[in-house]
Design a protein around this ligand. Structure first.
Ligand code: GLY
Length: 424
């Protein structure tokens, strides 16, 4: 098949790498220097819908895989389908599961999907009242979420009611996230351990992928501000019993809910789940696309023809059980640029990649090629160093050995990816 992957991050490099290994011919837009090794890249941005549709039609691609959430929320998949292009990714209606926290929380409530108690607020007075109501439910804390997309920064886990009120005010009054924060969701914090569970769907069937644990903050031991994700481990620590509850209590009711609301959903349902110490899973949020850096370890372990499964999903006839999994554990350690996640410094030369091979794959994210050919940093998360090992400790050791060879001035790396016990 000829497959067009849209996006330019580590997730898209991992997807293109896996699809190319299954023998498909890859196009990417815009891609990055890592993706260039496996795909022909077109310099078209993810917001340039008309040009992307023209590329897909003009190059007669068999399938488009849309990587990031922004073009999905903005309706790119609908435009591609309207032009007759097979597309893996939900349309704008389905993408509201990620694009609007208000829509998604109300959807969870409508379909009895376990989630934290919440209130929607559009004014400071409503927010103050909501913080009071949610605080009264228990001492676990209050979470404030901007309704719209905020580049992964729109969620504040407040330590007390005052902090929660201030966070809501910053979104509603000071418009910290622009219009994305014109409405907020205020909800109870659930205490537990988080896990990402991604499922492929054609709107009827589910192919639940092995669970992944992400490490969201910039510093070790979950300290510092949140990032898009600093490293991942798959399979994650959850038991088969917990995985099965996530499927039956969260993913299956979601699919039934989407169908009941006549929303055709062909893409990834990525559930961000908090598992209480008792083993009870609560849905924190949905993303409407592959996770980043969750996709890197998933693709490292995947066997079988992903292209055939994604095309099947795009057609509404997804084969289930066609993918197989390497028995080894995969660990992805993100190498981030100086300043990330705030004022990112770019343009630093990257070295030390030659000679990294074997069971380690370096997925490019924020990289660019200078006119003289030098690879340089071009974004916050620069590389995703992904290693396979018989056990998590072996995978970690290989990933960190490769990370330590990589030269990047001011590089930031968490040293504790995969260090937490693999038990609930
Ligand atoms: N790793 C978190 C995300 O993809 O949103």
């Amino acid at each position: 098949m000829r497959i067009l992957v849209i996006g330019s991050g580590g997730r898209e490099h991992a997807l293109a790498w896996r699809l190319a290994r299954a023998g498909h011919q890859l196009l990417a837009a815009p891609g990055n220097p890592g993706i260039e090794a496996v795909a022909e890249c077109a310099a078209i941005g993810v917001a340039e819908h008309a040009r992307l549709v023209e590329l897909a039609v003009g190059r007669k691609v068999d399938l488009v895989v849309v990587g990031p959430e922004a073009p999905l929320v903005a309706g790119l998949a609908d435009e591609l389908r309207a032009a007759g292009v097979m597309t893996f990714g939900p349309g704008a209606l389905g993408a509201r599961l990620e694009g609007s926290k208000v829509f998604s929380k109300q959807f969870f409530a409508r379909h009895r999907i376990p989630t934290a108690p919440f209130t929607v607020a559009a004014t400071v007075a409503e927010a103050d009242a909501a913080v009071e109501r949610i605080s009264a439910l228990g001492a676990s804390g209050v979470v404030v979420k901007a309704d719209g997309l905020a580049a992964g920064k729109g969620v504040v886990v407040a330590h007390d009611a005052g902090e929660a009120r201030a966070a809501a005010r910053a979104m509603l009054e000071a418009r910290r996230f622009g219009d994305a924060g014109a409405t907020v969701v205020i909800e109870q914090r659930i205490a537990g351990r988080e896990v990402s569970v991604l499922a492929l769907t054609d709107g009827t069937r589910l192919e639940v992928l092995p669970a992944v644990e992400d490490h969201k903050t910039i510093f070790d031991a979950d300290r510092g501000p949140n990032t898009g994700g600093m490293g991942t481990v798959s399979p994650a620590w959850i038991t088969d019993a917990i995985q099965s509850r996530i499927r039956s209590e969260i993913l299956e009711p979601t699919l039934r809910g989407l169908r009941a609301e006549a929303i055709e959903y062909r893409g990834v349902l990525y559930a961000g789940v908090m598992v209480e110490p008792s083993g009870t899973p609560y849905l924190l949020e949905y993303n409407c696309r592959f996770g980043d850096p969750e996709t890197q370890p998933i693709m490292a372990r995947m066997r079988g023809d992903l292209g055939a499964v994604l095309l099947g999903a795009a057609r509404g006839e997804m084969p289930v059980g066609a993918l197989a999994w390497d028995a080894r554990v995969a660990v992805c350690v993100v190498v981030a640029a100086a300043g990330y996640p705030d004022a990112v410094r770019t343009g630093d030369p990257i070295g030390g990649l030659a000679g990294i091979d074997g069971e380690v794959t370096v997925f490019h994210a924020g990289t660019a090629r200078r006119a003289d050919g030098q690879l340089v940093s071009a974004g916050g998360r620069v590389l995703g160093v992904t290693a396979l090992g018989l056990a998590v400790d072996q995978a970690r050791a290989k990933a960190y050995a490769a990370v330590d060879r990589i030269e990047l001035a001011g590089k930031q790396v968490r040293r504790d990816i995969g260090a937490r016990p693999m038990i609930p």
